[in-house]
Every structure is written in structure tokens, then in C-alpha cells.
Design a protein around this ligand. Structure first.
Ligand code: GSH
Length: 208
């Protein structure tokens, strides 16, 4: 059986969990805090980040987008990529934007914990979050993000949006991006999303 090294608030880990659930693949969930000395993550990922999909032979598959690509290649059904080259490329672009929003939010989260947070750095990351949200709002409609089926773009964007609610509630993004807000609400109704609702973790060791 596969194992997934995961953290409860992580939007990256949530993507892998959702894809595994949607594809009906059984896995053991190993919840960790990647910042703590006791973490097993570096044993499976030289880049020391989770999520890591651990194969039965102990091989680690890491980086959330690559894990989803790996799962799509090895477990193609149900297909999470849309049909047609243009739609696939559009879904991949949505994943990139979702990643960028999450990366900037992580940077903000830790910058704000520093003794003397940098105003210009915070402003820069906030612009990225807002810019990414605006780019996604322009793409959102009343159905799935790309094509007629639920897929990778919905997973990436859905996880990023809910992560903002957890880490950055004061951003108030929902009022400014009503179509994305409605998309997030629709996605959170899915069983795979309900089973993976993000919750903050206690980080006991200093990170920055
Ligand atoms: N681009 C990576 C980002 C993963 C990531 O940043 N994971 C965080 C937890 S949410 C982590 O493990 N951080 C530890 C570190 O950066 O050293 C992915 O998509 O998997």
C-alpha cells in the first residue's frame, strides 16, 4: 500500500490526498510537521518538503504537482486531466497559478513571524496572491474550472483557496472574487474535499 506523508494545513499535501481519494487508491496517511526534528520527510525527499508519496518499496515520490502527474500516469482512471491539448495546457496553467498563490502565502506566513517583518516583502507577496486570484477569477465560470469534468485544476485551485481561508482570513478574498468563492464552496461539497478539510498545526520548533 502507498503511504502519504502529509501535514493537516498543507494545500500541497491536500492536493495529493484529494487525487488519491478521487482515484479510489487506498493509502496510509502519515501526518507530520515538516519543520520539526522528528520528521521522516528528509528520508524520502532530499528537498525536505512534504507531501511525499511513499511507495511499498520505500521510494519517495515528491513535489505535489509531480505526485499528481505520477498518479495520473500510473492510475489513469478516473482521468483528472481534461480532454484536448488546449484544455490540458489550461489546466496546467491553473496549477501554476495555484502553486504561486500557495508559495506566496507560505512566505507571508513566515515573514509575519519574524521579529522585524519586511513591509516591502510582505507587500510583494500580497500582490502575488491578489494577482493570482484575479487571474483565476477571470477563468472561473459556473462549472468546473476547465472543461466539463472535475480535474487537476479544480484540485489545485480548490486547495489553494481554502488554504487562504486558514492562513490569511483577514485578506477577505471572497468578496473581491465572487466566482472563485462560489467555485470553492462547490468544491468543498465533494467527498474528497470534505475528508481533507485543512486545519492548522501546532509548530513547536522555531522555523524562522
Ligand atoms: N512545491 C512543493 C511545496 C511543498 C511545501 O512547501 N511543503 C511544506 C509544507 S506545506 C514543507 O514541507 N515545507 C518544509 C520546507 O520548506 O522545508 C510541493 O508542491 O510539493
Amino acid at each position: 500500500m502507498y503511504a502519504l506523508i502529509s501535514a493537516t494545513p498543507s494545500p500541497y499535501a491536500r492536493r495529493a490526498r484529494i487525487a488519491l481519494i478521487e482515484k479510489g487508491i487506498p493509502f496510509e496517511l502519515r501526518t507530520e510537521v515538516p519543520w520539526e526534528g522528528s520528521t521522516a520527510t528528509p528520508r524520502y525527499n532530499p528537498l525536505e518538503k512534504l507531501p511525499v508519496l511513499v511507495l511499498p518499496d520505500g521510494t519517495g515520490i515528491y513535489e505535489s504537482r509531480f505526485i499528481l502527474e505520477w498518479l495520473e500516469a500510473k492510475h489513469p482512471e478516473p482521468r483528472l486531466l481534461p480532454d484536448g491539448v488546449e484544455a490540458v495546457l489550461e489546466a496546467r496553467q491553473c496549477e501554476v497559478i495555484a502553486d504561486g498563490i500557495c508559495d506566496a502565502t507560505v512566505l507571508l506566513f513566515f515573514e509575519r513571524q519574524r521579529e522585524a517583518p519586511s513591509g516591502p516583502w510582505i507587500a510583494r507577496q500580497r500582490r502575488k496572491v491578489e494577482g493570482g486570484l484575479a487571474a483565476l477569477e477571470a477563468r472561473a465560470g459556473s462549472g468546473f474550472l476547465v472543461g466539463e469534468r472535475f480535474g487537476l485544476a479544480d484540485i489545485a485551485v480548490g486547495a489553494a483557496l481554502r488554504y487562504l481561508d486558514v492562513r490569511f482570513a483577514e485578506l477577505g478574498w471572497r468578496k473581491r472574487h465572487p466566482k472563485l468563492s462560489a467555485l470553492s464552496d462547490r468544491l468543498e461539497e465533494r467527498e474528497s474535499f470534505k475528508a481533507t478539510v485543512p486545519v492548522p498545526q501546532m509548530i513547536r520548533e522555531a522555523v524562522v
